[in-house]
Design a protein around this ligand. Structure first.
Ligand SMILES: [Zn+2]
Length: 137
């Protein structure tokens, strides 16, 4: 999936690279969160409970591989999937089984998530968009 390559690598090396990229629970969680569309980093932090540095590291790997795209909007950084084909691979792996508890927990966490998208979904004003408080002198 890399676009910047000097010498063309074997199809098998490329395929192994795709699996290596996806062979990590944190990156699979990120891709699961982004399945419905773009999300801001603050949403992913709230859902996954990772430290920001760790999350950024995983996001950078996915972005460098061309799987994710990033955009900034004010203070918020949003990510979206640029290569939705990865979900075909993920879905094939999903058919093997596994507990869906994490997905259920995310639905609960969304109810209290403070990110702009979740706030708007609940009809609230995202905290960054409130009128700034003026300090009394
Ligand atoms: Zn959220």
């Amino acid at each position: 999936m890399r676009t910047k390559k000097v010498k063309e690598e074997s199809i098998f090396e490329t395929q192994a690279g795709v699996f290596k990229l996806l062979a990590h629970p944190a990156r699979l969680k990120i891709l699961a969160l982004l399945r419905e569309g773009e999300e801001c980093v603050c949403h992913m932090e709230a859902m996954l409970g990772y430290r920001q540095a760790y999350l950024s590291q995983q996001l950078a790997l996915l972005r460098e591989a061309g799987v994710l795209e990033m955009r900034r909007e004010g203070w918020n950084v949003y990510y979206r999937v640029a290569r939705p084909e990865v979900y075909a691979i993920i879905d094939a792996a999903h058919s093997v089984g596994g507990s869906l508890d994490d997905l259920r927990r995310w639905e609960e966490k969304k109810k209290t998530c403070e990110c702009p998208k979740c706030c708007r979904a609940r009809g609230e004003t995202p905290s960054g968009e409130e009128t700034p408080l003026t300090l009394a002198e």
